[in-house]
Design a protein around this ligand. Structure first.
Ligand code: BGC
Length: 354
């Protein structure tokens, strides 16, 4: 069967290789792949900047945003179920968090990630999986279920924000999302779904697909071409929370200045390495201390966030039909996967069809 692979830490392109169809063992189920989503992490791996092959292999099968059909029964999974797999697997040291199933909070850093770090991913025709890492998705969400993995990352961020803010009496009314890529858009939809006035700030001028989609959910798009970040509070009032999803090295620091009193900023983007900034750190210090502000980072997600994500997909579909579907701007057959990994100007989410 076919699989899309790279030689990690070497610049691409990806190659299509023949691998053996896996045989399930120890209660695993076998899954027939339907689709695999492509994201910035995959592109970094293809560019040789990130990723590790499984032990003993010189190649890595890519893909961590999965959607497939179970072709055998397992605990809580039946043949014919549509499933999405979680990404992380526990560290060999069985740390406190991995043992609790919160692998996204692994303490040792020795966790493995499917299609990213030490384990083959889902860009292949069949894969096997322990059912405890599978989340069932109703068939009526077939056309948007490939967004569940990136959505799980957002569900975790939002959950963390609300947990952390239990530190005080907090009634958030206004949110700012930085970035209008898939994570920025999904963050906007989740914030709108929970009833928060949301402004999404990004570089591109107004009138593009991403701002049309987010405005359908009642959010407002602010383009950096006509509203500099520092002007936003004067336009929208006190900002209670910020979700950063740009990967900019400087924006998170600028954002501290626009965040309101007692506010919180979640960072989800990863900045390219070697960026050196000249910033007035005393000003940042003052803003954080005198206004009880909090900045934190968030990565990956555990199974509970995928499960919340399934309910969210349904809710977003019902409230703003088509916004999720229209985020998928390109579907590419597995034979042409290199094309999927090259980002086009108008791409939002690109999906490989297996
Ligand atoms: C994935 C996460 C993963 C992270 C770092 C992201 O693209 O969605 O699941 O933890 O990359 O490898």
């Amino acid at each position: 069967m076919k699989a899309v692979a790279v030689y990690p830490r070497k610049q691409g392109p990806v190659h299509l290789r023949e691998v053996k169809k896996p045989i399930p063992t120890n209660g695993e189920v076998i899954i027939r792949a339907l689709e695999v989503g492509v994201c910035g992490t995959d592109r970094e791996i293809v560019n040789g900047l990130y990723g590790d092959a499984p032990y003993g292999s010189d190649f890595l099968i890519l893909g961590h945003e999965s959607l497939g059909i179970a072709e055998s029964d397992g605990v809580d999974v039946k043949k014919g179920d549509m499933v999405v797999a979680t990404v992380r697997r526990p560290c060999p040291e069985h740390c406190l968090n991995c043992t609790r199933g919160e692998i996204d909070m692994c303490l040792t850093g020795n966790y493995r990630e499917k299609g990213i770090k030490g384990l083959h991913g889902f860009m292949t025709e069949y894969y096997t999986e322990d059912p405890k890492y599978l989340v069932r998705v109703p068939h009526d969400l077939r056309h948007v279920a490939i967004l569940l993995e990136p959505l799980s990352v957002v569900e975790k961020v939002i959950e963390q924000i609300f947990k952390i803010q239990k530190r005080l009496a907090w009634e958030p009314r206004t949110a700012l999302v930085l970035g209008a890529g898939p994570i920025g858009l999904l963050s906007t939809f989740v914030l709108r779904d929970i009833g928060i006035a949301t402004y999404t700030f990004a570089r591109s001028p107004s009138g593009r697909l991403n701002d049309r989609l987010l405005e359908e959910s009642g959010a407002h798009y602010l383009s950096a071409t006509d509203t500099p970040l520092s002007y936003i509070p004067s336009k929208v009032g006190q900002i209670d929370l910020i979700v950063e999803a740009t990967g900019s090295a400087s924006l998170p620091f600028e954002a501290i200045g626009v965040l309101g009193i007692n506010g919180i900023i979640a960072l989800t983007g990863i900045a390219g390495q070697g960026r050196i900034l000249e910033i007035d750190t005393s000003c940042i210090n003052l803003k954080i201390v005198l206004e009880n502000k909090l900045v934190f980072g968030s990565v990956n997600a555990n199974k509970s966030h995928f499960e919340t994500g399934v309910r969210r997909l349904k809710s977003i579909e019902e409230r703003w039909p088509g916004v999720l579907r229209n985020m998928i701007t390109r579907r590419v057959p597995i034979q042409r996967s290199q094309e999927a990994l090259e980002k086009g100007d108008s791409d939002m989410k690109v999906v490989i069809e297996v």
